[in-house]
Design a protein around this ligand. Structure first.
Ligand code: FNR
Length: 177
């Protein structure tokens, strides 16, 4: 059977450049049973959790994380850090036991409007993932700078260095599972 690949985008907007990057990552990964996660959750609120329990969509993500053979996460950089929606999703899902993603291989990447491509946000994402004890690949770094002009009309990355980095990272992710 094809490996199960879970794809998590830290941006909710339809035109997300991080989602475009993830589409390239999925293509580079090769044949897989691919699921794009929904992280449009309510803001974490302990009162909501006490009154209504864990939201169904959070339980769905937890199950997807448990089932996944590998995960790829792309996040925008907001003021040097990961998006609030991604942090919120990680916080919610950490409330479901057992903690998901323990020992799951994860590839991380980012696409940003700025010139660094999100190097800072990737460091931050690594930290945010630490409590889950996953296996986060160390590289190669995929940090797409000036992302609004980085993609062709067909969605491919214009700069061959990015394409090669995506291929190498996803090749490593595939090899480790
Ligand atoms: C940004 N952006 C941004 N870019 C960057 O390179 N470094 C940064 O610190 C920030 N900070 C930031 C904060 C906020 C609140 C917004 C809305 C945007 C620009 C950001 O990288 C750009 O909008 C990306 O296109 C967002 O990712 P998606 O939605 O295209 O995936």
């Amino acid at each position: 059977a094809d490996p199960k690949l879970l794809v998590i985008c830290g941006s909710l907007r339809a035109g997300s450049l991080n989602r475009k990057l993830l589409d390239q990552a999925v293509a580079a990964f090769g044949a897989a049973d691919v699921t794009y996660a929904n992280i449009r959750f309510p803001l974490y609120d302990g009162d909501l959790e006490d009154a209504e329990g864990i939201p169904a969509e959070v339980l769905t993500l937890h199950g997807q994380m448990q089932d996944a053979d590998a995960i790829v996460i792309a996040t925008p950089e907001y003021n040097g850090n990961i998006s609030g929606v991604l942090k919120n999703a990680l916080d919610w899902v950490s409330r479901v036991k057992p903690m998901p993603m323990g020992d799951t291989p994860i590839a991380i990447m980012s696409a940003t409007g700025g010139r660094t491509g999100g190097v800072m946000t990737q460091n931050s994402l690594r930290q945010c993932l630490t409590p889950f004890q996953p296996i986060v690949l160390q590289g190669p770094a995929v940090a797409v700078a000036s992302a609004s002009s980085a993609f062709d009309e067909d969605g491919s990355l214009k700069d061959e260095r990015y394409t090669k980095a995506v291929q190498k990272l996803m090749g490593k992710l595939r090899a480790i599972i």
